[in-house]
Design a protein around this ligand. Structure first.
Ligand code: HEM
Length: 325
């Protein structure tokens, strides 16, 4: 396992170099971007992530989700971190986002060593990687140099992927960010860790398609377990996205899809849809293939809509929750 993880990390470094060489115009990030201006940035971020996750391991999935939600609105620019009554974080699509305090803590640590140098968007990208590693997932080199965005509006989250979307709509939303069907299936594998609130799936237990019955694609033992966690349509408990191993990185998420144990309807449909079912089976059959594809897809996700010094349109925020003035 150690060898294959090292190999994946090695391959991903080459992939990043390839990506940057071939996609290197405005918006490209760079490996070692802070090597002179803030050489300890990776250690500082890692130590904040480790500290918080060791006290509350549910923060690891939260950090991964936070980076995804950042990147899907205005690109990976820390806009999800901006506070305000109508900012992105207040939008229904961002319900349940957590882990903000980890990013603030890391930013404080980084500012103490290299003030005004490192963006919050870069800290988010590093924290997501560190969080995956802490769950025993793969590692990868994170290219840096993102600027923080200047705006954040709840209405801009309207196109966020939803668990109620069809696969073709999810594919369209991913394609709008330059992400392929393979990226959609591999990145959804992030649901190998973490939990979801009952309101995202309780209709599958009690009133699927307004029939008053349960979703027939849900395995009966999962159905009973989930009914115990969410006793009614309006319950607000949380259940594991990946039955049996929500704290550990593995490919059981894909096996669970095949066995009718997926929690979210969108995850379940990845298995049954003709455009994605084959990829679900492949990742269910090979953890190393899932890991290596996930790493490639995370690098792509982390480069969506990036603002850089060369391209402009952003700043290095002094505090992640407010723009500079
Ligand atoms: C394909 C489209 C996706 C949909 C529809 C979706 C939907 C959801 C929903 C509804 C939740 C539960 C949130 C809650 O109740 O707090 C969730 C959790 C999560 N999502 Fe996704 N997601 C998608 C893709 C992704 C991607 C691309 C990533 C990261 C690369 C990701 C990472 C996570 C993680 C780690 C959690 C668990 C969060 C926690 O435990 O706090 N998701 N997702």
């Amino acid at each position: 396992m150690a060898i294959s993880r090292a190999y994946i990390s090695f391959l991903s470094t080459f992939f990043i170099l390839f990506l940057l060489r071939n996609n290197g115009g405005v918006g490209a990030t760079t490996l070692g971007y802070y090597s002179e201006s803030c050489p300890n940035v990776e250690e500082i971020v890692k130590s904040s992530v480790e500290f918080f996750v060791s006290n509350d391991n549910s923060l690891a999935p939260a950090l991964l989700r936070l980076h995804f939600h950042d990147c899907f609105v205005h690109g990976c620019d820390g806009s999800v971190l901006l506070e305000g009554s109508s900012s992105e974080m207040s939008a229904p699509a961002n319900t349940g986002l957590r882990g903000f305090q980890v990013i603030m803590d890391a930013k404080a640590g980084v500012e103490a060593r290299c003030p005004g140098v490192v963006s919050c968007a870069d800290i988010l990208a590093l924290a997501a990687r560190d969080a995956v590693v802490l769950t025993k997932g793969p590692s990868w080199e994170v290219a840096l140099g993102r600027l923080d965005g200047l705006k954040s509006s709840a209405s801009d989250t309207n196109d966020m992927p939803s668990p109620f979307d069809s696969i073709s709509l999810l594919a369209t939303k991913f394609a709008a960010k330059g992400l392929s069907l393979e990226d959609l299936v591999a990145l959804s594998g992030a649901h190998t860790i973490g939990q979801a609130d009952c309101h995202f799936f309780s209709y599958r237990l009690y009133n699927y398609g307004t029939t008053g019955a349960s979703d027939p694609s849900l395995n009966s033992s999962s159905l009973n377990e989930l009914k115990a966690i969410c006793p009614s349509l309006s319950s607000n408990n949380r259940a594991a996205l990946d039955k049996g191993s929500r704290q550990t990185w593995d490919n059981a998420y894909y096996k669970n899809i095949g066995a009718g144990n997926a929690l979210l309807e969108s995850d379940s449909k990845l298995g049954s849809d003709g455009s994605t079912g084959g990829l679900v089976s492949r990742f269910a059959g090979s953890l190393s293939e899932f890991d290596s594809t996930f790493v490639r897809s995370m690098v792509k996700l982390g480069n969506v809509g990036v603002k850089t010094k060369a391209g402009g349109g952003g700043e290095i925020r002094r505090m992640c929750q407010v723009t500079n003035f």
